[in-house]
Design a protein around this ligand. Structure first.
Ligand SMILES: Nc1ncnc2c1ncn2[C@@H]1O[C@H](COP(=O)(O)OP(=O)(O)OP(=O)(O)O)[C@@H](O)[C@H]1O
Ligand SMILES: [Zn+2]
Length: 482
């Protein structure tokens, strides 16, 4: 792929939560855009808030890939944390729970077409990097171990008063902040100091602790992301993402730790708006969640994807059956047009489709802080125009509309005919099968053209033996599983 395929049509504007305004996105290295997104704490299964967050960054990533080609995309898994330990049982240790939940997240992400990250590091696999970062912070005078004779002995805290810029991300002064909730207050110099390392407690499992210069223990949540982003992307990278709920304290603390350790860290901060229920964040802790698995049992994955990306990623989204019904109707309108157009298109036309560039207004919408609602507006407009062209038997106008729609749907990952949806339930193997069967259909058509009936019959029999039925129609041969 070439660098910046849309050069000349404008620049990508992203809302940077740190600057609190739109900024032109200029990558450090246009040949490799770097993104770190905070992944889930795998204490329980994904709800649709998690899907929306992952989807927001999937769209960002796809658009960056369209513009620049290569994107190194890292999304971590927090597999050690207070919450994971709290949900473990005697029958299911913390590491078994974390892995089971990680698989549930992966299944839900893949189910709605979220691309796998380039790297997906688990926090427990970067403990030495976290310890090294904490040691740097202590050496620079920005962190301290709790006094050995205090109840917090074994903990290490970030010293917020030592870092004058603390609060810069969310524009707060230290004195206005709440005390940090996650550490033993009696070992701290300031109630806002937060834990970098947590000494193991007597009631915690022995295998949930690692050796460190401060005794056995485990990392705090914030240091995990500072260490993993540095390890996988280096001390400076382009975009740091996560849900709006993570801006404070999580991202504020990540920024403080990494900058205090001398890293330039993220150049842009992007936060997705929250899925809410009656105005409140959908959350495991509040118990007001809708599980991803429940929605996916009721609705086609492409409909769920469409519904969750149809609102701008920075808006709050109160999900309702109405939103899913509307997405279903929109997907059906698109599907009907694609199928209708496909019936009239010839194979020779496919080249045009593959080489189409998205319409300029779609590009402008996406460049304007990922304006997916406007971009989908362009999709529906081209669907209407394509249908009119088909009504008027204007083949060339129908073909360009089809090509536009196909390329836009491809970028957004919501093409209802994409083999990845497998007719509603299958996986990528359906796509592979489709390619193979189509090849055989073509060979059979060629044999028939040359009146080589023996070969044509042999191919039909081979396909039938694999449990596949071929149906010859005036518009070509369709296949289905018998
Ligand atoms: N309701 C929501 N809407 C949008 N994004 C969310 C929502 N809940 C969590 N996220 C995002 O999902 C990602 C993974 O989050 P994480 O596992 O830390 O969830 P969490 O905030 O602990 O969830 P919960 O509050 O349900 O326990 C984060 O980027 C987070 O901001
Ligand atoms: Zn993080």
């Amino acid at each position: 792929m070439t660098i910046d395929q849309t050069a000349g049509t404008g620049s990508l504007q992203l809302h940077d939560s740190r600057a609190q305004m739109l900024r032109e996105f200029v990558p450090l290295d246009p040949a490799n855009v770097t993104v770190y997104v905070c992944g889930p704490t795998v204490q329980s299964g994904p709800h649709i808030g998690h899907l929306r967050a992952a989807l927001a960054f999937d769209i960002l990533r796809r658009w960056l890939a369209h513009r620049y080609g290569r994107v190194t995309f890292v999304r971590n898994v927090t597999d050690i944390d207070d919450k994971v330990l709290a949900n473990a049982t005697d029958a299911e240790p913390w590491w078994a729970l974390a892995y089971r939940m990680e698989r549930e997240f992966t299944a839900a992400y893949e189910g709605i077409g979220i691309l796998a990250p380039t790297y997906e590091p688990r926090a427990t696999a970067s403990i030495p990097q976290m310890i090294a970062l904490i040691e740097e912070l202590i050496a620079e005078g920005h962190a301290y171990a709790a006094p050995a004779d205090s109840v917090a002995a074994g903990d290490v805290y970030f010293d917020v008063r030592s870092w004058a810029a603390y609060g810069e991300l969310t524009r707060q002064s230290i004195d206005d902040m709440e005390p940090a909730a996650d550490a033993e207050p009696r070992g701290k110099r300031d109630p806002r100091d937060f834990a970098l390392w947590k000494g193991t407690k007597s009631d915690e499992p022995a295998d949930a602790a690692w050796d460190s210069p401060w005794g056995r223990g485990r990392p705090g949540w914030h240091i995990e992301c500072s260490a993993m982003s540095r390890r996988y992307l280096g001390p400076e990278f382009d975009i740091h993402g996560g849900g709006l709920d993570l801006r404070f304290p999580h991202h504020e603390n990540e920024l403080a730790q990494s900058s205090a350790a001398g890293d330039a860290f993220a150049r842009y901060w992007v936060h997705n708006g929250l899925v809410t229920v009656d105005g409140q964040k959908m959350s495991k802790s509040l118990g007001n969640f809708v599980l991803a698995s429940d929605v996916l049992a009721e609705r086609a994955p492409v409909v769920v994807r469409y519904a969750l990306l149809a609102a701008h990623y920075r808006s709050s989204l109160d999900v309702s059956n109405k939103a899913f019904d509307e997405a279903e109707a929109a997907i059906e309108r698109i599907r009907a047009f694609l199928e209708r157009a496909l019936r009239t298109l010839r194979d020779a036309d496919r080249d045009t489709i593959i080489h189409a560039a998205p319409p300029a207004r779609f590009v402008a919408a996406m460049d304007d802080d990922l304006g997916v609602p406007q971009a989908l507006g362009v999709v529906h407009e081209r669907v209407r125009e394509g249908n009119s062209a088909l009504d008027a038997e204007n083949a060339s106008a129908a073909l360009t509309a089809f090509a536009d729609v196909a390329v836009m749907l491809g970028i957004l990952g919501v093409d209802p005919l994409d083999p990845q949806w497998g007719g509603g339930g299958g996986g990528p193997e359906i796509g592979a099968l489709d390619t193979l069967v189509r090849t055989m259909i073509e060979q059979r058509a060629r044999a028939r053209e040359t009146k080589d009936w023996a070969t044509a019959d042999r191919i039909r029999d081979a396909v039938a033996a694999a449990g596949i039925t071929l149906e010859d129609t005036p518009h070509g041969t369709h296949w289905s599983l018998s």
